[in-house]
Design a protein around this ligand. Structure first.
Ligand SMILES: Cc1ncc(COP(=O)(O)O)c(C=O)c1O
Length: 371
């Protein structure tokens, strides 16, 4: 497959492990393995200690699939396929799409959600978030975009990079639209469980519609990006079978230690996510103050969920030049909107990390002094 570089990942590859302050990461700090093991119940502890490092079951450890399914009312372990989230996007796009299909995807967004479809020869249309309406996605606009050749609608809520979380009635209307036309729905829910107000949490697409497939995983809400583990969950049996066949051509099966660690993390979900949510709430308060003080440089729409936001960049230089100067002079990594191929100048800020206050102070100092 001929596919363009993943611009955001290339940018991270350049700076993530050399810049001392990461102010644009989308994950919460990685948990220490020892601390995570300390949260294990006796069954998971026994699994960990007795673990054999052979091949694992291709669809995923049954106990883990059961734990995952329990997050989604009406779903069971038979609906769950375990793999790395990025790998699962690949599998789903390859399972669902053929050259010439029309695909609609939320935009700006995580590049693989539309890039793989483009590389497969699909006609990809971008469903744009409206900044002037607080990064709202206009569902009636989506209704007008769907056409007879539309095979797939791809959405990502809570949204990377804007932090948009639609109202429940808007989300249900999206499902209604695809259902009425028999179109598949790929719902990237990587940032679910990080809603600042839990009453805003949306039902998962897989619960609402048989031709929906939900993506989620351990990287963001659980702070376990390094175990490279996530899942797809769908009631569509034909799609599920196709996904399992394709996985034989990628990783075949998941890492045995990662599966047990994911089980431990999921069973400790409340402990883990409540720690992350209180950090996020504190960091967002600091960001509110920062953006108020620096309203000549940035415009700010406060995210409702997740770990990232997408402030407008109001200075005369390009965000890319500014971010480059910032990382060189102050060691702070921000993400310029160019990595999203988003024309209007913005930067992505991440607020899931413990040391965000320090990184933000450095950015403010840089704005004042150029150092
Ligand atoms: C919206 C979205 N989907 C999928 C992924 C991929 O997740 P992972 O890095 O765990 O493979 C990311 C990672 O940043 C993301 O932001």
């Amino acid at each position: 497959m001929l596919i363009r570089p993943f611009f955001l990942e290339r940018y991270f590859a350049k700076h993530e492990f050399s810049a001392p302050y990461l102010l644009s990461s989308s994950d919460c700090d990685g948990w220490a393995q020892a601390e995570m093991l300390g949260l294990a119940d006796p069954q998971a502890r026994q699994l960990w200690e007795g673990l054999r490092l052979g091949y694992t079951e291709s669809r995923g450890l049954p106990l883990l699939r059961r734990e995952i399914a329990s997050l989604y009312p009406g779903m069971d372990a038979e609906h769950v396929l375990v793999a790395a989230p990025q790998e699962l996007i690949h599998l789903a796009m390859n399972a669902l799409l053929e050259k010439g299909d029309h695909v609609i995807c939320t935009y700006p967004g995580y590049q693989s959600l539309y890039e793989i479809a483009g590389a497969l020869g699909c006609e990809v249309e971008r469903w744009q978030a409206n900044e002037s309406e607080g990064w709202r996605f206009d569902v009636e606009h989506l209704a007008r975009m769907i056409k007879p050749s539309t095979k797939l609608v791809v959405v990502n809520f809570p949204h990377n990079p804007t932090g948009c979380l639609p109202a429940r009635k808007d989300f249900e209307r999206i499902v209604e639209l695809v259902r009425a036309r028999g179109v598949h729905l790929f719902s990237d829910e990587m940032y679910r469980f990080l809603e600042l107000d839990p009453r805003d949490r949306l039902p998962s697409a897989c619960e609402l519609y048989d031709k929906a497939v939900t993506l989620s995983g351990m990287s963001k809400a659980f702070g376990m990006a390094g175990i490279r583990l996530g899942w797809l969950i769908t009631k569509d049996r034909a799609l599920y079978e196709r996904l399992t066949q394709l996985k034989d051509y990628t990783t075949i099966c998941s890492s045995a230690p990662s599966e047990v660690l994911a089980l431990i993390g999921l069973r400790a979900k409340e402990t883990i996510t409540s720690r992350h949510l209180s950090r996020i709430a504190g960091n967002l308060r600091l960001l509110d103050g920062f953006f108020q003080r620096n309203a000549d440089s940035f415009s700010w729409i406060r995210p409702k969920a997740g770990t990232v936001g997408f402030p407008g960049f109001l200075r005369t230089e390009s965000p890319a030049d500014f971010c480059e100067r910032l990382v060189q002079a102050a060691g702070v990594m921000l993400l310029p909107s160019a990595v999203y191929e988003y024309e209007s100048p913005h930067v992505r800020v991440g607020f899931g990390r413990e040391n965000m206050p320090e990184a933000l102070n450095r950015l403010e100092e840089f704005l004042r002094t150029g150092r």
